[in-house]
Design a protein around this ligand. Structure first.
Ligand code: ATP
Length: 251
C-alpha cells in the first residue's frame, strides 16, 4: 500500500472507454493534484491538441491485434504525454485495447455505475481483498482506497482485449511483484524544461500542483533511468513517439 502521488494511475484514460476505470467519460481515478471538480486531468479529449498543434487523429487501423496480449503498463512523469499517446492508440485501435475497471472505496458520483466506472466496495471489503492478494496494485488517496484487481485484468484478457494500465512508479513496482505478466514502457520527456512547459501548457494544474508534479517527476525519471522497462520512448516529436510505441506493441 502506498500513499504517494499518482496522477491518473491505472488505465485511467482513454477516449473510448467511458466505462473504463472510474468516473464519467475520461474521468477516472482521482489525483490529489486535480485542480478542477473533475478528479482527474483526463477530461481533455485530445490532450495533444492543446500543445502538440500538429496532432491529427490517426485513421482507423487495419492491423491485426498484437500477438503479445499481456497487459501494457505505461509509466512516466506527469505531463510527459502518456495520455496523449495512449489516446492515439485507443483511437486507432478501438477494438483492441481496454482500460481496467478499478475498485474504489469512494462513493459513486452522479451517473457513475458499479462495474462500469468502478467497482464500489466498502473499506472492510477492500482490506479483505488486499489481504487475499486480489489486487495487482493498490493505493490510497486521501481517505479512499483504489486498486486494480487481478480478476479484472484476467477477465478482459480472456475476452481478447489488451489491458492498458497507466500507473506511476509505486504501482509499477507492485505490478512487477505480482503474478501478472506484463510489458512495461516508460515515456520520458526530451528534457525537464520541456516537461514543465507541457505541464503548464496543459492548463489543468494549479501552481502548487505543477510544483508537486515536477518534484515527483524527478523521482519518476530516476526510476525510469534505473532500467527495468522493456521499452523507453522519448516523447519529443509526438508522431515519432507514437510510431515507436505502436511498433513496439506490435513487434
Ligand atoms: N510530443 C509532444 N510535443 C508537445 N506537446 C506534447 C507532446 N506530447 C504531449 N504533449 C502535450 O503535453 C501535455 C501533457 O500531455 P499528457 O496530458 O498526455 O501527459 P500525461 O503524461 O498523460 O500527464 P498526466 O500523467 O499528468 O496525466 C498535453 O498538453 C499534450 O498535448
Amino acid at each position: 500500500m502506498f500513499t504517494s502521488l499518482r496522477p491518473r494511475p491505472t488505465a485511467a484514460r482513454g477516449l473510448l472507454n467511458s466505462g473504463g476505470r472510474s468516473n464519467p467519460p475520461r474521468c477516472f481515478r482521482p489525483t490529489i493534484f486535480a485542480s478542477s471538480s473533475c478528479f482527474c486531468t483526463a477530461a481533455k479529449q485530445h490532450p495533444a491538441s492543446a500543445s502538440a498543434s500538429a496532432y491529427t487523429p490517426p485513421p482507423p487501423s487495419t492491423m491485426t491485434p498484437p500477438t503479445d496480449r499481456r497487459p501494457i503498463i505505461i509509466s512516466g512523469p506527469s505531463g510527459v504525454g502518456k495520455g496523449t499517446l495512449f489516446n492515439m492508440l485507443f483511437e486507432k485501435h478501438p477494438d483492441t485495447y481496454t482500460l481496467s475497471i478499478s475498485h474504489t472505496t469512494r462513493s459513486p458520483r452522479p451517473g457513475e455505475k458499479h462495474g462500469v466506472n468502478y467497482y464500489y466496495v466498502t473499506k472492510d471489503d477492500f482490506r479483505e481483498l488486499v489481504a487475499q492478494d486480489k489486487f495487482v496494485e493498490n493505493a490510497q488517496f486521501g481517505d479512499n482506497f483504489y486498486g486494480t484487481s487481478k480478476m479484472t485484468i484476467e477477465e478482459q484478457t480472456a475476452k481478447g482485449k489488451v489491458v492498458v494500465l497507466d500507473i506511476e512508479m509505486e504501482g509499477v513496482k507492485q505490478v512487477r511483484n505480482s503474478s501478472i505478466g506484463a510489458r512495461y514502457v516508460f515515456i520520458a520527456p526530451p528534457s525537464e524544461e520541456e516537461l514543465e512547459r507541457r505541464l503548464r501548457g496543459r492548463g489543468t494544474e494549479t501552481e502548487d500542483s505543477v510544483l508537486k508534479r515536477l518534484a515527483q517527476a524527478k523521482k519518476e525519471l530516476e526510476f525510469g533511468r534505473q532500467g527495468g522497462f522493456d521499452k523507453v520512448i522519448v516523447n519529443e516529436d509526438l508522431d515519432k513517439a507514437y510510431k515507436e510505441l505502436e511498433e513496439w506493441i506490435y513487434a
